[in-house]
Design a protein around this ligand. Structure first.
Ligand SMILES: Cc1cc2nc3c(=O)[nH]c(=O)nc-3n(C[C@H](O)[C@H](O)[C@H](O)COP(=O)(O)OP(=O)(O)OC[C@H]3O[C@@H](n4cnc5c(N)ncnc54)[C@H](O)[C@@H]3O)c2cc1C
Length: 222
């Protein structure tokens, strides 16, 4: 498989960094081809603007989806955005490695989605969900939290984490045609001891060795 791992943490020595490196090493050792987007290291600009494009459809009024449609037709994305779209197009599996920030994606990763998931090239013209552009590809969220596991149940003080992830699973990934694998969640690595964290890294590696055979979960419309 071709695997794209998008990494969104400012500190390479973080636990997220260890999960990222574990995934790269394990997948390569299993025979897969791994391409990465280490967004902080790349200095990726998360602000969606005219800088997304080398072309202009309407110089008087910036409507991003109009410019995205035009850029899709004429090959008018900026090199930075074009490179990221091509990485997704080449991938069989995409993994996002990130810490949960404010019940969502870190801004740098949300901005990557804002700029790279462009209308025309990645969705639209009837190509959404079951007819999505990225049909046949799979995606997996690998995330860490600050809060403990019991706080992320339906009765816990944060509520059900699956509900927190739904806008990402349904609104970004399934919307563009990805089939979604169960998320890899590590709750509160800051509070765990070193032995527990090492066991988590080993379990993550074990899951990745068999990831090619995993069945997706249907997030659906609920
Ligand atoms: C802006 C912001 C918003 C946030 N919002 C939320 C929120 O909405 N909900 C929520 O639950 N949390 C929230 N948090 C907390 C955040 O999710 C956690 O701090 C984060 O997920 C912890 O992961 P980390 O990789 O940063 O941990 P780190 O603190 O980097 O790592 C934890 C420990 O693992 C150690 N470690 C690193 N590498 C290894 C290795 N190879 N083996 C063993 N140990 C290792 C580190 O040294 C460290 O001691 C927020 C934080 C911020 C900054």
């Amino acid at each position: 498989m071709n695997v794209l791992i998008v990494f969104a943490h400012p500190e390479p020595k973080s636990f997220n960094g260890a999960l990222f490196q574990t995934a790269i090493q394990t997948l390569r050792a299993t025979g897969h081809t791994v391409v990465t987007s280490d967004l902080y290291r790349m200095g990726f600009d998360p602000v969606s603007s005219r800088r997304n494009f080398s072309t202009v459809k309407d110089p008087d009024y910036l409507k991003l989806q109009t410019e995205e449609m035009h850029a899709s037709e004429v090959g008018g994305f900026s090199p930075e955005v074009e490179a990221e779209i091509e990485k997704i197009e080449a991938a069989d599996l995409m993994i996002w490695q990130f810490p949960l920030w404010w019940f969502g994606l870190p801004g740098i990763l949300k901005g990557w989605v804002d700029r790279v998931f462009a209308m025309g090239r990645t969705y639209g013209m009837g190509h959404i969900y079951e007819t999505g552009v990225f049909r046949g590809k799979r995606a997996l969220l690998s995330l860490t939290t600050g809060g403990p596991q019991e706080s992320y149940t339906a009765d816990g003080f944060n509520g059900d984490l699956q509900a927190v992830l739904r806008p990402i699973h349904r609104g970004m990934l399934e919307f563009t045609g990805f089939e979604v694998l169960a998320p890899q969640i590590h709750y509160g690595p800051v509070r765990a001891d070193a032995a527990q964290r090492e066991a988590w890294l080993a379990a993550w590696a074990q899951r990745l060795r068999a990831i090619e055979k995993e069945q997706p979960m249907a997030v659906g419309r609920y």
